[in-house]
Design a protein around this ligand. Structure first.
Ligand code: SF4
Ligand code: SF4
Length: 134
């Protein structure tokens, strides 16, 4: 009987430790994700402001369309102009005047890592060369 209660206590301690470890792992993952978002915001700011040629080159590899998921409007914090709708789509309250960082997202595939895979844009490896018809 004593053995059983001991083993129960040990199992409960193990399960507590496992939950604690899982929570820690999630917290570390979250911190890394946030750090990636901070870095990404800075990178886009610098590129758009000072490296427009690089941005044009990167955008030439982008394909697809926006699905209006709004994930890019919640990087680090939810933008106050973001409007969410019942069908899961979103709109921008200042669409015509939205900043360039919003207009150009995502600039390259690194940006996709900041929205947990919900962005419907994708990037090809290199520009497709248009061959002259013979
Ligand atoms: S300004 Fe508009 S597009 Fe930019 S983050 Fe806010 S809601 Fe999104
Ligand atoms: S994350 Fe991508 S698909 Fe979603 S709103 Fe932003 S640009 Fe559009």
């Amino acid at each position: 009987m004593k053995q059983t209660s001991k083993s129960r206590a040990a199992a409960s301690r193990r399960s507590f430790e496992e939950r604690l470890a899982a929570r820690r792992a999630r917290a570390v993952e979250d911190a890394k994700f946030r750090a990636r978002q901070v870095h990404g915001k800075l990178r886009r700011f610098v590129r758009i402001r000072f490296r427009s040629e690089e941005v044009v080159e990167a955008l030439a590899l982008r394909r697809g369309d926006c699905n209006r998921c709004g994930a890019c409007c919640e990087i680090l914090f939810k933008c106050p102009f973001l409007k969410k709708h019942g069908d899961g789509t979103t709109t921008c309250g200042i669409y015509e005047d939205r900043p360039r960082q919003c207009r150009l997202f995502p600039i390259d595939r690194r940006d996709l890592a900041e929205v947990r895979g919900t962005c419907s844009f994708y990037f090809i490896e290199r520009p497709i060369k248009l061959e002259r018809a013979s």
